[in-house]
Design a protein around this ligand. Structure first.
Ligand SMILES: NC(=O)C1=CN([C@@H]2O[C@H](COP(=O)(O)OP(=O)(O)OC[C@H]3O[C@@H](n4cnc5c(N)ncnc54)[C@H](OP(=O)(O)O)[C@@H]3O)[C@@H](O)[C@H]2O)C=CC1
Ligand SMILES: CC(=O)[C@@H](O)[C@H](O)COP(=O)(O)O
Ligand SMILES: [Mn+2]
Length: 383
């Protein structure tokens, strides 16, 4: 029986993690959760799973969650320090980081110090502080088990083989909501159009990232850190069906791909059961006869400049990925609030990275300062 601490329980990955936990009550128990503001969903989770502890964003959420009529023995904690506390708690066996953005960074680093097993969905953590996370994981002998579908695919295809055996990895990209549109068409798109991903049902931020191709850019950096490969060995191809989740080409030119129906509960479960596998009844078998054909296209970096920005920021290193990530988080939020257009997401990011002088090998404090100052600088222009 593994005790799970789930950060971001009310989100898309969070709720799907709960599906996995519910399917295997003899293997997993929900010890603690965190969430942001979705009180209604949180109440359902508390009633169904009865975790011991819950971390909320602020006192206001705490007050709303626990009205006098709502009698519960669950311990309620507030703020980022509490995230660290539950993540490092002796009862936590596995930390699932499924928050959106860089909120879970300090908790993940602290849990690695406590030698917890980490199942990581949150790519922003690795993008902004991959060097710190991987250094700590190595020092502590901790496995970082990827949940992101592409990285789970690569992890499974590698199956323990050393990175020296790899000639390249090939990340697949669906193309997102606007894959069939030209750049001229993008001037007219709405928030609702952008949120309509062709293959995956995901949180709003990652769905927009997928449409700008920043999601793939973040995934390139995530792969760089998780698998210790230089950017020259990380390729992206467009594959509109999202059936091949990614591939590894080995030095002998053998290619191993991982396939499956697009259902995040499969890589989530693998990260929780690794190195074993358990049956999972809630998803469909892949029917290749029904799929019929798989399609592949070269990535067009003029059409999707965010992917180019991410390669450039990743290769530059230091605090440049932090700036790219912070600018992207703010730009996507501004777009979702109707303050900027879809194409302005790219220009906000482009400006932030070209204005920044990267600081090499930043520590956590430097990363947090650069992250905050980037956000403030951009926000001050849109007030
Ligand atoms: N969704 C997917 O299929 C995939 C997601 N990922 C990655 O996983 C991560 C989560 O994605 P997803 O589940 O889609 O995101 P969602 O937006 O659906 O969920 C995010 C979760 O984080 C919580 N949260 C957001 N902001 C804060 C905050 N400031 N403080 C505390 N909690 C906060 C939300 O709480 P609340 O809603 O209550 O406010 C929610 O529980 C991202 O890094 C994403 O890139 C990777 C691969 C696939
Ligand atoms: C499910 C998942 O892992 C997402 O990150 C997914 O990859 C998004 O798809 P695209 O970014 O390829 O559109
Ligand atoms: Mn992915």
């Amino acid at each position: 029986m593994k005790n799970i601490t789930l950060l971001g329980a009310t989100g898309s990955i969070g709720m799907q993690t709960l599906d996995v936990i519910a399917e295997h009550p003899e293997d997993f128990r929900l010890f603690a959760i965190s969430f942001g503001e979705n009180i209604e969903k949180a109440k359902i989770i508390l009633e169904r799973f009865q975790p011991e502890k819950i971390v909320v964003k602020n006192e206001k959420v705490k007050k709303e969650l626990f009205s006098p009529s709502n009698n519960t023995s669950i311990e309620i904690l507030v703020g980022e320090e509490a995230l660290v506390e539950v993540s490092c708690h002796p009862k936590t066996d596995v930390l699932v980081n499924a928050v959106m953005g860089s909120v879970g960074l300090a908790a993940t680093l602290a849990a690695i110090d406590e030698k917890k097993q980490i199942a990581i969905a949150n790519k922003e953590t690795l993008v902004t502080a991959g060097h710190l996370v991987m250094r700590k994981a190595k020092e502590n002998g901790v496995d970082l088990l990827p949940i992101d579908s592409e990285h789970s695919a690569i992890f499974q295809a590698l199956n323990g083989e050393a990175s020296s055996q790899v000639s390249r990895i090939i990340l697949t990209a669906s193309g997102g909501s606007f894959r069939d549109k030209s750049r001229a068409d993008l001037e007219e798109v709405t928030i609702a159009d952008a949120l309509n991903h062709p293959n995956w049902s995901m949180g709003a931020k990652i769905t927009i990232d997928s449409a700008t191709m920043m999601n793939k850019g973040l995934e390139v950096m995530e792969a760089h850190w998780l698998f210790g490969l230089p950017y020259e060995k990380i390729d992206v191809i467009q594959h509109k069906e999202s059936i091949i989740h990614s591939m590894v080409e080995f030095v002998d030119k053998s290619v191993i791909a991982q396939l499956g129906t697009p259902d995040m509960r499969v890589p989530i479960q693998y990260a929780l059961t690794y190195p074993d596998r358990l049956p999972f009844s809630q998803t469909e078998s892949l029917d290749l006869l029904e799929v019929g054909k798989l399609h592949f296209e070269k990535m067009d970096l003029q059409r999707f400049p965010c992917l180019q920005y991410a390669y450039d920021a990743g290769k530059k290193g230091g605090t440049m990925p932090t700036v790219l990530n912070a600018a992207n988080e703010i730009a996507v939020d501004l777009f979702l609030k109707g303050n900027i257009s879809f194409l302005e997401i790219e220009s906000v990011i482009e400006k932030a990275i070209s204005d920044h002088q990267s600081i090499e090998d930043p520590d956590l404090v430097t990363i947090q300062e650069v992250d905050q100052s980037t956000r403030m600088r951009i926000l001050s222009q849109y007030k």
